[in-house]
Design a protein around this ligand. Structure first.
Ligand code: FDA
Length: 394
């Protein structure tokens, strides 16, 4: 029987942060990672440059499937983006703000994974990859785990197995199984921060415009995001679409304002007066790429000289451009999703320590919980903050 102070299941962002912090406190930490490498999602994140935090991260950037808006406050307040930035700076990792407070590595994501692993090494954390846990049992003296390393005993177990997105990166539902084993409710999961698939008559437009990106405001219900929309051969993507996908349910319409900086009708009337002989497609090319302007004008309205468009037609064109309604057929699902929505219900987890209220000594950190963040470094900040919170008490 191997005895340690804490077993952490999963060597992703939250698990590694928890491990290095608990290790620094002098705890004997054993990390068990099922896949052949730690931190695979960190390596893949941010297009290979890891958007490791957001300077403006605050509770309003997070949401749950079960309403519990206060849950993330304590952990986020006690480990802020600046705490992680200090760690990054300490390791001399160069970084920059890309936009909207999003901090990215100048070089590669492996700089972030490298510093986490170096901190784990300094804190004498024992990390095993390609290793599985078969069983967990609770006894009076703590937890006993059956693992590929043999039996392990520890007073604290931290579940840091992440969500279900990108199965090829090692995602499993094991964390949810453990939660259910100990009587926790697991809220239904679905893909978030994920592109839309379009299959109706709009598909052709998406295919024609694949690679084109346009600034827009995208709305679904009470939620709206102002960012870019990207046309793809499958449908729609880009930051605005990924953001809204987290609030979208099958059958919902999504409204896209393609002219977010102006009143569409005022602008069309003004251009009609200024360029009466100019074709609609030429006028639209003042604000969209030439290709997009031609596609919209020809497919939607029939491009003619501006003076030939009646006031009623101008209203229709304005309405279509400012309130373009799209009903996605679905999302690309976990295959490409950046996060998993739903997961372990936070109602029975301590927001201060991430400890289970049903099974003392059992902790849940990171994405396995029913907490997800907006796009832009917020999900890693949650992983760091929740991992850090648990590490104070394990
Ligand atoms: P994470 O998934 O990182 O780690 C879980 C670990 O547990 C994995 O190593 C897994 O192999 C292991 N595991 C699973 N089951 C196990 C089992 N049964 N036994 C042992 N180990 C097990 N966020 C952000 O803020 N900025 C960004 O730039 C990006 N970019 C991005 C790109 C892509 C392509 C994806 C898919 C995601 C992002 N994200 C992101 C989201 C971010 O990666 C995510 O929120 C965090 O990695 C979550 O951290 P966790 O540690 O909770 O899970």
């Amino acid at each position: 029987m191997r005895d340690v102070d804490v077993v952490i299941i999963g060597a992703g962002a939250a698990g590694l942060m928890c491990a290095l912090t608990a290790g620094r406190r002098g705890r004997r930490v054993l990390v068990i990672e099922r896949s052949n490498k730690p931190g695979k999602k960190i390596l893949m994140s941010g297009g290979g440059r890891c958007n490791f935090t957001n300077m403006y991260a605050e509770p309003a950037n997070y949401f749950s499937q079960a309403e519990n808006p206060h849950f993330c406050k304590s952990a986020l307040a006690r480990y802020t983006p600046w705490d992680f930035v200090a760690l990054v700076a300490e390791h001399g990792v160069p970084y920059h703000e890309k936009k909207l407070g999003q901090l990215f590595c100048d070089n590669r994501s492996k700089d972030i994974l490298g510093l986490l692993l170096e901190e784990c090494r300094r804190a004498a954390v024992e990390l095993h990859v390609s290793t599985s846990v078969q069983r967990i049992e609770r006894h009076e003296d703590g937890y006993r785990l059956e693992t590929d390393l043999g039996p392990v005993r520890a007073p604290s177990v931290v579940v840091a197995t992440g969500g279900l997105s990108i199965p090829t990166l090692g995602s499993t539902g094991f964390g949810y199984e453990i939660a259910e084993q100990f009587g926790h409710r697991v809220l239904p999961t679905r893909a978030g921060l994920v592109p839309f698939i379009i299959t109706d008559q709009l598909k052709e437009l998406c295919v024609e415009l694949t690679g084109t990106s346009v600034a827009a405001v995208v709305r679904c219900g009470e939620h709206s995001f102002r960012e870019n929309v990207l046309f793809t051969h499958r449908g729609l993507s880009g930051p605005a679409i990924l953001q809204i996908s987290s609030f979208w349910h099958l059958g919902d319409a999504v409204e896209i304002d393609l002219l977010p900086d102006r009143d569409a009708l005022d602008w069309l009337q003004e251009r009609q007066a200024a360029r009466p002989d100019g074709e609609l497609r030429t006028v639209l090319a003042e604000v969209f790429t030439k290709k997009m302007a031609a596609q919209l004008a020809d497919r939607w309205f029939g491009s003619r000289p501006m003076k030939q468009h009646t006031p009623a037609e101008l209203r229709e064109i304005a309405g279509r451009l400012a309130h373009w309604e799209v009903v996605p057929a679905g999302t690309e699902g976990y295959r490409t999703a950046e996060v998993t929505l739903g997961g372990v219900d936070t109602a029975e987890i301590s927001p201060r320590t991430m400890e289970s209220r049903r099974a003392p000594g059992l902790y849940f950190v990171g994405e396995v919980l029913d907490i997800a963040g907006h796009l832009g470094g917020f999900n890693f900040q949650w992983a760091w903050a929740s991992g850090h919170a648990a590490a104070q008490v394990v």
